[in-house]
Design a protein around this ligand. Structure first.
Ligand code: HEM
Ligand code: HEM
Length: 181
């Protein structure tokens, strides 16, 4: 019998993504409020490394998510539950979510690469700086892209979560597709 919802791996990755992105949003505004690094204040180092490590790991998770969801495609929802326009909106919302998360991570990485601060993946592997030199203008340019795409992600997530709540209140089985392991 074909599974109605997403595969267990897709469900686990979806919730890992959701929790990590929520954490990145909440922690980043605190992280940005910390004093700029100097000989005396070095607290920024740990939260920045943690932010970058979680963000880079998210890209890998997203790639695995795309792989597993295309390998084990969820069965289409019945037309009674999802009208054609709703399905189109959901697909558009998902595609934009994937795209935005990629752009956020790439712009964050580029901003960091031009900031002159190295990234050590989980304090184990030094990521080479691929020849990027410290450059304040490009750091700000990518940092602005990072910030604005984060706001766009919040807006698209608002649509996503409103849709999920709508289906949860109707109890039509859509949210269960993303809950059942
Ligand atoms: C940062 C938070 C979140 C992100 C980045 C996110 C991302 C995604 C993505 C990319 C998909 C598409 C999966 C695919 O078909 O390829 C998806 C599906 C889904 N998400 Fe989320 N999500 C988040 C939070 C939530 C929350 C809080 C809920 C529930 C309240 C939720 C419920 C769902 C459901 C039910 C689906 C499946 C929809 C369907 O079957 O068409 N998501 N999510
Ligand atoms: C979905 C993943 C991510 C989310 C939601 C996220 C979110 C944020 C937010 C909200 C800020 C504060 C922006 C501001 O107030 O200017 C920020 C800053 C920053 N993020 Fe991310 N981030 C993500 C991934 C990454 C990745 C992968 C990296 C690098 C490898 C990164 C590096 C940075 C850096 C360097 C800053 C500071 C920018 C500055 O100095 O203006 N982020 N992030």
């Amino acid at each position: 019998m074909q599974r109605q919802g997403y595969s267990s791996s897709a469900v686990i990755i979806h919730w890992l993504l959701a929790v990590s992105i929520f954490f990145l949003f909440v922690s980043s505004w605190w992280m940005m409020a910390l004093p700029l690094p100097s000989d005396v204040f070095t607290y920024r180092e740990f939260p920045f490394q943690l932010h970058k490590n979680i963000g880079i790991t998210l890209v890998l998770l997203l790639l695995i998510m795309l792989y597993v969801r295309f390998r084990h495609r969820p069965a289409p929802e019945s037309a009674e539950v999802m009208r054609p326009w709703m399905r189109k909106l959901a697909i558009l919302d998902h595609v934009i979510l994937y795209g935005l998360i990629f752009v956020i991570c790439i712009s964050g990485y580029m901003s960091s690469a031009y900031s002159g601060w190295d990234t050590e993946l989980w304090w184990l592997v030094e990521i080479p700086n691929w020849g990027y030199e410290e450059n304040e203008e490009l750091n700000i340019f990518y940092s602005n892209i990072h910030l604005w795409t984060c706001w766009a992600l919040l807006a698209v997530l608002a649509v996503h979560i409103s849709g999920a709540l709508y289906h949860a209140f109707r109890n039509d089985g859509i949210v269960r597709r993303m809950l059942r392991l």
